[in-house]
Design a protein around this ligand. Structure first.
Ligand SMILES: *Cc1c(COP(=O)(O)O)cnc(C)c1O
Length: 357
């Protein structure tokens, strides 16, 4: 199968080879060194400032989203949540569940967040802002410079779910004033799923230290404390953390985050060029490099997903809920090449010839 989803994505050979090895015991100085290196490289790639820290949570991206909500906010806060799709809605549900007072800014699928939509919330007593940098369900990349300026003006603590945008779109934590930034192992890091990361600015570390978390497994104070010696409070997904290490070293050796982002951007542009002229509309006011959301004009998007899977050995991402019939998404993260883009473009053209698109 050729995998064009947005996660889990294809891993390169070096990462896969680590998956073949025995999983080592981890309460050792050697494993701590791996974790220290992971932290150092992630901080560098995220543009995290002095005093920032990285915690590694064993759990998919949602675990780190929930850990962020539970450790950064409580009943005394008032947060703004951008809800432009299923991941924005997830933050809404978490605030409701954990009793964090919130206001949601709802957007239509594919709609970008504009400056005038934030206007009503200026000087209105908010303390935090939750956003998915790239709302992967609809393929909208939000304007983080605008959001960051709004948060600085209003002194809001900014939590950015960059799970699908870290390494795929330019992000700089310090420049954007991001307090907590979240990512996961199975998106542009192109490792198996199971580990998610939270990068905390020095301000976020202080904020977390002043909070009591109502969950033991997701208590970031425990994670930060253990991280000081390159360890985690509980047994982590040791194998995946070693795969992340191999991958981070590769990215670093090839020129760092900027180079990786440029590579993904070039792949996305190549794909979008190759599908020109097909009856597929790109449906997003602001595209991420990670994914292209497509609306087939004449047929069901879900049928295209099924046909590509069953007859062409190609996975694309179907959409859930009300968008299932309207939109499917083609990812550009993971170990993919321009030749792979030609294969999927040819398959789509073949569907058209067969009258299936
Ligand atoms: C993939 C993704 C997540 C995490 O989902 P999990 O299935 O829990 O890993 C969260 N937010 C965004 C924006 C994502 O793309």
């Amino acid at each position: 199968m050729l995998n064009f989803t947005v996660g889990p994505v294809q891993s390169d050979e070096a990462v896969r080879m680590v998956g073949y090895e025995q999983v080592p015991y981890f309460r050792t100085a050697e494993f701590s060194e791996v974790m220290f290196e992971n932290e150092r490289l992630v901080k560098k790639m995220a543009g995290a400032g002095d005093g920032s820290r990285v915690v590694f949570i064993t759990g998919s991206g949602t675990a780190s989203m929930e850990a962020s909500v539970m450790n950064a906010f409580d009943r005394t806060d008032k947060v703004l949540v951008v809800n432009g799709g299923s991941f924005g809605y997830r933050f809404v549900e978490m605030c409701a569940l954990h009793g964090v007072p919130y206001t949601e800014i709802r957007l239509d699928p594919g709609q970008a967040l504009k400056k005038d939509m934030l206007q009503p919330y200026e000087n209105a007593g908010y303390t935090g802002f939750l956003v998915n940098v790239h709302e992967t369900s609809t393929g909208v990349l939000y304007d983080m410079d605008m959001i960051s300026a709004f948060c600085r003006r209003n002194r809001l603590f900014l939590v950015a779910d960059a799970i699908s945008s870290f390494l795929a779109d330019p992000i700089d934590m310090e420049r954007m004033g991001i307090g907590m930034m979240i990512t996961g192992s199975q998106k542009a890091l192109a490792c198996p799923p199971g580990v998610s990361l939270i990068i905390l600015s020095s301000e976020a570390v202080e904020r977390v230290q002043g909070h009591k978390c109502g969950c033991m497994y997701l208590d970031l104070n425990l994670a930060l404390k253990n991280g000081e010696r390159g360890q985690t409070p509980f047994t982590p997904a040791v194998g995946i953390l070693r795969q992340i290490n191999v991958r981070l070293r590769e990215i670093e050796a090839a020129g760092g985050a900027e180079k990786e982002t440029a590579k993904i951007a070039a792949l996305a542009a190549d794909f979008r060029r190759k599908i020109r002229g097909l009856p597929l509309e790109i449906v997003s006011e602001s595209l991420s490099n990670a994914v292209t959301p497509l609306h087939p004009v004449n047929v069901s998007a879900y049928d295209i997903f099924l046909t590509l899977k069953d007859e062409y050995e190609i996975w694309v991402c179907p959409n859930g809920g009300e968008l299932a019939e309207r939109i499917f998404r083609v990812g550009h993260i993971g170990a993919l090449t321009e030749e792979d883009n030609s294969i999927i473009a040819d398959a789509l053209r073949d569907l058209q010839v067969r009258g299936l698109m």
